[in-house]
Design a protein around this ligand. Structure first.
Ligand code: NAG
Ligand code: NAG
Ligand code: NAG
Ligand code: NAG
Ligand code: NAG
Ligand code: NAG
Length: 330
């Protein structure tokens, strides 16, 4: 008898505090006010219909609260065609926001507001698949906690701000599928913390790449479908650790013969450029996916390794590349 009462008390003591903790927190009133302004600024869209006084704002759709403080830490609005207008400047008044995601919102327009620079707790910023225009703002470099910055699939124009290289915690930078112009900044060879994966494809970037990009080890680079000229050999060499590189559909023009590819390389796409010379023999020592089609390469495809297992389309449309899997050299 005593034993079971003791057990019940122990059970209550063990589980009571936990159940109080797991009860949803009460939303911070300042944050609630800001969310109402955001809803109004978007024109009270159906997508945010759950945002009403009837419920604690920690239970609303598209937001997440800190379990202890009730502060809003995430705002994620995804795939809502009823969301229209500009990004409300009030977004900058959610000081505890760590994650801001506005994604697949075709009627989201205007520029990225400077109010976002106030969100210094942000670790993730995704404004993608929208109709946002204007520049990639340099003030984003103030968001020093960012580990993921995604501005892909928008209408952004202008050049890439060099200041982004000061983001020490960045794992990945997605600026692909915009209308960005100019050259890739020199500073992108001087990321001082982590070296982010760079996705810059489908823009209008021009010019030769800065030599500085060879100073650090990238793991993934996608610069495809731009108008980049010159050479990319700074990414390679025996001491490098690059894994995936896509430079397809640019205007690269250099001699491939002497380039040394590191053993880490698992995917290399160079199709549709003006690359000349021949395929280095050391390619037979690597295990990678390769596409060098539509260039100006010549000579025999080195025999061995994986090189004969690739489809002819990995090699076709070159000036005089020959040998298996292409027709024999003359
Ligand atoms: C969103 O844009 C489409 C056209 O792109 C339009 O038909 C629709 O009415 C817009 N929605 C709102 C809420 O503005
Ligand atoms: C941007 O708006 C145009 C119409 O103004 C529309 O055709 C297009 O689909 C929108 N873009 C996106 C990514 O939704
Ligand atoms: C790249 O990584 C390799 C292997 O860790 C290292 O030996 C080399 O020094 C690094 N190179 C640069 C430029 O940091
Ligand atoms: C590569 O690294 C080795 C030692 O890890 C070093 O001796 C050599 O100078 C490096 N080569 C280049 C080109 O950095
Ligand atoms: C490419 O460089 C190699 C030496 O690495 C040289 O033998 C060859 O002639 C060069 N090819 C062209 C087309 O310049
Ligand atoms: C190589 O790239 C060309 C051009 O984009 C494409 O047609 C071909 O299918 C690709 N081959 C492989 C094996 O991916």
């Amino acid at each position: 008898m005593m034993k079971s009462i003791f057990f019940i008390i122990i059970t209550i003591v063990l589980f009571l505090p936990q159940s109080t903790l797991s009860r949803s927190p009460t939303c911070n009133k300042d944050d609630e006010k800001v969310l109402f302004k955001i809803k109004k600024s978007f024109g009270n869209p159906y997508h945010l219909a759950s945002w009403t006084k009837d419920y604690d704002c920690c239970t609303w759709y598209c937001v997440e609260c800190d379990a202890n403080t009730g502060r809003i830490i995430a705002l994620t609005i995804f795939a809502g065609s009823t969301i229209s207008g500009k990004i409300p400047v009030e977004v900058g008044d959610l000081p505890y926001l760590q994650k801001l995601v506005l994604r697949k919102l075709p009627n989201l327009t205007g520029e990225i507001p400077s109010a976002i620079a106030k969100l210094t707790q942000l670790t993730m910023l995704r404004l993608s698949w929208t109709n946002l225009s204007g520049p990639v703002p340099s003030f984003l470099s103030k968001l020093t906690n960012l580990y993921f910055l995604d501005l892909a699939f928008n209408d952004l124009s202008g050049s890439i701000p060099p200041e982004l290289a000061t983001l020490k915690n960045l794992d990945a930078l997605h600026l692909d599928r915009n209308k960005l112009t100019g050259v890739i900044p020199e500073s992108f060879g001087k990321f001082t913390g982590k070296v982010p994966d760079l996705y810059l494809s489908h823009n209008q970037l021009t010019g030769p790449l800065p030599k500085s990009l060879g100073y650090i080890n990238f793991s993934t680079i996608d610069f495809s479908r731009n108008q980049i000229t010159g050479d990319i050999s700074m990414f390679f060499g025996t001491n490098k650790t690059i894994e995936r590189a896509d430079f397809s559909r640019n205007m690269l023009e250099f001699n491939l013969s002497g380039v040394v590819f590191p053993a880490s390389l698992s995917s290399l796409d160079l199709n549709h450029n003006k690359i000349y010379g021949s395929l280095p023999a050391m390619l037979t020592e690597l295990h990678l996916n390769l596409n060098v089609s539509y260039n100006r390469l010549c000579g025999q495809i080195p025999q061995g390794g994986d090189l004969q297992t690739f489809d002819t389309t990995s090699y076709f449309h070159n000036r005089c590349l020959c040998g298996s899997p292409l027709p024999a050299c003359k």
